[in-house]
Design a protein around this ligand. Structure first.
Ligand code: SIN
Length: 256
């Protein structure tokens, strides 16, 4: 197995693995370390993976989470079909932060890719936090934010109370101990104890810091890519520039 860094802030590719075969514990530990170190990794060359292989490999990371309101693909609970970039996936976010225990990891396997376009952007929320002054960091550590599910949850008939959670604005990664900004434009509606109007300028500022070029990596998909990201330390957004071509990826999420 070879790990090659792809950008300064985050992102690495992993070569030399065949995930249709069982991976030894020691190799798996290496993959996990590479992910924690780089925030997002791309394991190349996995076109032969079946949905069973994807679920089997995903289960090594923790408990597979079946989305509460987005259906799984037929016969494979836990695998979601991602297609058609939309306002939710095109906005910087980490996954399902409206949950009390948001997802830890997400695994996304390329199935059908457009000729060009549909890249996925990743940002290091750790680097974003580290770039702030110590005084501002101290102030942010005192705040929490309210995260609420999108309209999709209400459309699916879920009670609002089931899709709202309050999380610290700065979270500490359970494995690395690194602090990261934990607010995103998809789910955060306000700073806890503040109005939405009072919260907006601070939140917009923080989203801008997360998305600064130097904190990002742009993933140009190749056939067979299996991309895994750490939702505790990164955010992502898909670039909505696919014109009429098919783009299908299979996503599995691991409980936090
Ligand atoms: C997502 O937000 O999980 C989807 C990312 C993508 O379509 O590349």
């Amino acid at each position: 197995m070879e790990v090659r860094q792809l950008a300064g802030a985050l992102g690495a590719e992993v070569l030399g693995l065949d995930l249709t075969e069982e991976i030894a514990d020691v190799a798996f530990a290496g993959i996990r370390d590479a992910l924690h170190e780089n925030g997002v990794i791309c394991i190349r060359g996995q076109s032969a993976m079946t949905p069973e292989d994807q679920l089997g490999f995903a289960a090594r990371w923790g408990e597979i989470s079946v989305h509460p309101y987005v259906p799984s693909i037929e016969g494979y609970p836990g695998i979601m079909k991602i297609y058609d970039p939309n306002p939710i996936t095109q906005t910087w976010h980490s996954d399902s932060t409206h949950m009390r225990q948001p997802h830890a990891y997400t695994l996304l396997l390329a199935r059908v890719l457009p000729e060009v376009g549909g890249d996925t952007m990743f940002a290091s929320a750790t680097k974003a936090f580290e770039s702030l002054s110590w005084g501002f960091q101290e102030m942010l550590r005192t705040l929490s934010a309210v995260h609420e599910g999108t309209d999709l949850a209400a459309d699916a008939g879920l009670d609002h109370g089931a899709v709202v959670a309050v999380h610290p604005v700065v979270r500490t990664h359970p494995d690395t101990g690194a602090e990261a900004l934990f607010v995103n434009d998809n789910y955060v509606t306000r700073i806890d104890g503040w109005t939405a109007e009072e919260s907006r300028p601070l939140l917009e500022y923080l989203y801008g810091v997360v998305g600064r070029y130097e904190n990002t990596y742009r993933h140009r998909w190749r056939s067979g890519d299996l991309v895994i990201w750490d939702n505790r330390s990164t955010q992502h957004a898909v670039v909505g520039d696919v014109a009429g071509e098919e783009r299908v990826l299979h996503r599995v999420m691991i409980a936090g």
